[in-house]
Design a protein around this ligand. Sequence first.
Ligand code: MLT
Length: 248
Amino acid sequence: MNRKPVVRVCVSPALYELYKQAEGITVVVDILRASSAICTALEHGISEIIPVASIHEAKTFMGEDETIIAAERGGEVVDGFKYGNSPLSYINNKEVKGKTLVLTTTNGTQAIDAAKNDGDLVIGAFSNLNVLAEWLVKENQDVMILCAGWKNRLNLEDALFAGALVNELLAAGFSYDIDSDAAIMSQVLYNEAKPNMIKFLENSSHRNRLKNLHLEEDVEYCLQLNTCKVVPKLVGSVLKNVAKVTAH
Ligand code: MLT
């Protein structure tokens, strides 16, 4: 491209129509916890992930060989499923090695579903921040960060991740979207939160929802930077790791 690539931030799927791009790369983020779980599962041995929007669709994979099916709604594992959306459940777990993961979640897989037909789609989380930023810089295309939020409401943790990724891309020569201040807003938030993100999120909506479900450990894990070396990219309807270097 002859001009500098642009980085945009869409803070809610409800605004997606305003930001969607026919070309370029969409980064779907749902820090608590879908995008963190996707990166972690691929890092720790799941071979590929099929994100699906509905529980009904997830159920159609039941009985398939070498497949794990995971379903989360409202932060909890859906009745009848063994796995939900906890990234920790995919770490040091022999049962998941080499398997295909079919995943449906409250917001994250809905955001993937909304953007899946518009240009390339990859998954971002604090866990793959650096490797993703390096990959995006090499691709040299416009980037739109789509925050999954909570039921179309903005949430802080996705905006913080957007700010962290905007920092990285601007440092590498990307420019702001001249039509929106969402990228600048995300940066301001992240730079303020960076010294202690867990404290910054003390009163935040989904952190407290997960706290009430005794999932504080998940929250702490999801806020750690660069624990994974994967770039999950949607190829057809399947998320595959396209990062050259992996931990395996
Ligand atoms: C979602 O997709 O809404 C989330 O990842 C919910 C969660 O896992 O807590």
